[in-house]
Design a binder for this molecule. Structure first.
Ligand code: IMP
Length: 430
């Protein structure tokens, strides 16, 4: 039976979505990215070989199936071509399988420049963006001045639009940021080169998705970042600029919201965050350092060290509700092996009250004090286990309590980076 499923992050990103998309994509006709851009970093390990992807859907290492980039993705043509070439050099037939929506907003050099000037100007209040120009590109979309992938198909249209938009940006750079203007001729020449390489891949994605649905073929939607970085529902302003939650799937791909059958929330067994912003269960102690070292918690895209902390059931419960998650996939359970005691945050103390709904404001969330439940850890290794019955009893109890607190069943447990190091309790395609 065909099924349309989504794989989303339920925390602040870096939950291990890439591995699970790769794992589940064996039987799908297409994998679709619907938001974000090359700020994402999805790491895949297949037979020990590591592949890092930023824009191309994580099913590209499979032998078949379309890899689709939906309209909600902001596309740096330069980054996409670099990523494509790396895969093509390895003998992967990218051009035969990749298709890009004609309605994607392009990230151009002025977006990355503005991202950087803004962060510098913010000083200590900086968001800690990836510096890829993601926010400024989405701003252009909302302001209705964006240059889109369909504009790559007409040199005349591209030239006119670039002239207009660069005039605006250069005014901003020179007058507000006292920075050098960017060269129109250079950007135009580069973009025209990129257009030549990408033009055959640019197409109407909603039509492909609808046709696959009519033919009863399965489709998988691959989220980037995580629920708590959603521009509407995340820890604003310390968020990314797209809708990372399930609502973004329909708008970011053109696939009707009634057609989704299953939404899987990828959830790390503890919590991490890259960049600034509140993090109630953050550990600035030896345990935090232990999680960071053992979990190799370094950003795939920027190489920044991730902040680490205990599992926050208040925030993940919110993610379950916001995304209508059908089930959870718990990742990096093995990182907790050997810890004497584990803590789960089940509520917050906020202004002398006990709350279980996170406050909307980043400033208020920063004032929340976690209320912890303590559970005993386990001594034996869970690394690489493939069967639930092999898990230590205390690991089973930890997982059961997480599931109970957040209100969603556990479908998959990931016990290592390799595709094979996985316990499947309930396959979303069954
Ligand atoms: P931007 O998406 O580059 O604008 O960055 C905004 C925030 O989202 C920063 O805190 C980034 O660290 C975070 N962020 C963006 N992409 C990712 C990701 O793929 N994983 C984790 N955090 C991310």
């Amino acid at each position: 039976m065909s099924k349309n499923i989504a794989v989303l992050g339920s925390q602040w990103g870096d939950e291990g979505k890439g591995k699970i998309v790769d794992l589940l994509s064996e039987k799908v006709a297409a994998v679709v990215r619907f938001q974000g851009g090359h700020n994402a970093g999805h790491t895949l390990v297949v037979n020990g070989e590591v592949t890092k992807l930023h824009l191309i859907p994580s099913s590209i290492l499979r032998k078949e199936g379309l890899c689709l980039i939906g309209n909600g993705v902001v596309v740096s043509a330069a980054a996409l071509i670099t990523e494509m070439n790396e895969l093509i050099t390895r003998g992967i037939p990218v051009r035969e399988r990749l298709k890009i929506s004609n309605a994607c907003v392009l990230i151009l050099p002025y977006h990355a420049a503005l991202d950087k000037y803004r962060e510098i100007a913010k000083g200590k209040q900086a968001i800690g963006t990836t510096g890829r120009g993601i926010g400024p590109a989405y701003e252009d979309k909302i302001a209705r001045r964006a240059i889109r992938t369909c504009d790559l198909l007409s040199e005349e249209r591209l030239t006119l639009k670039l002239k207009e938009v660069l005039t605006y940006y250069n005014f901003l750079f020179e007058k507000f940021y006292q920075a050098e203007p960017l060269s129109f001729d250079t950007i135009l020449a580069e973009t025209l080169e990129h257009a030549k390489i990408l033009r055959d891949l640019i197409t109407d994605i909603p039509a492909i998705l609808y046709e696959l649905k009519q033919k009863h073929q399965s489709i998988l939607f691959e989220g980037a970042q995580g629920t708590l970085l959603d521009v509407d529902h995340g820890t604003y302003p310390f968020v990314t600029s797209s809708n990372t939650t399930a609502g973004g799937i329909a708008t970011g791909s053109g696939f009707g919201p009634r057609y989704l059958d299953y939404i899987l929330g990828i959830t790390k067994a503890y919590t991490t965050r890259v960049g600034g912003g509140p993090f109630p269960t953050e550990l600035n102690d030896r345990t935090g350092e232990y999680l960071s070292q053992k979990g190799c918690e370094v950003g795939t895209t920027t190489g920044r060290k991730r902040r680490c902390g205990w599992f926050d059931a208040v925030l993940v419960k919110r993610a379950v509700e916001l995304n209508s998650l059908s089930g959870l996939c718990i990742t990096k359970l093995d990182v907790l092996d050997g810890l004497e005691t584990l803590k789960i945050c089940s509520a917050y103390h906020f202004h002398n009250q006990l709350i279980t709904i996170p406050p909307c404001n980043a400033e208020d969330l920063a004032l929340c004090q976690p209320v912890y439940e303590e559970l005993p850890g386990w001594k034996t290794s869970t690394f690489g286990l493939k069967h639930y019955k092999q898990l230590p009893e205390n690991a089973k109890k930890y997982l059961a309590r997480l599931s109970q607190l957040v209100g969603a069943p556990i479908a998959i447990i990931s016990t290592g980076p390799d595709r094979e190091e996985t316990i499947i309790l309930n396959n979303p395609f069954d």
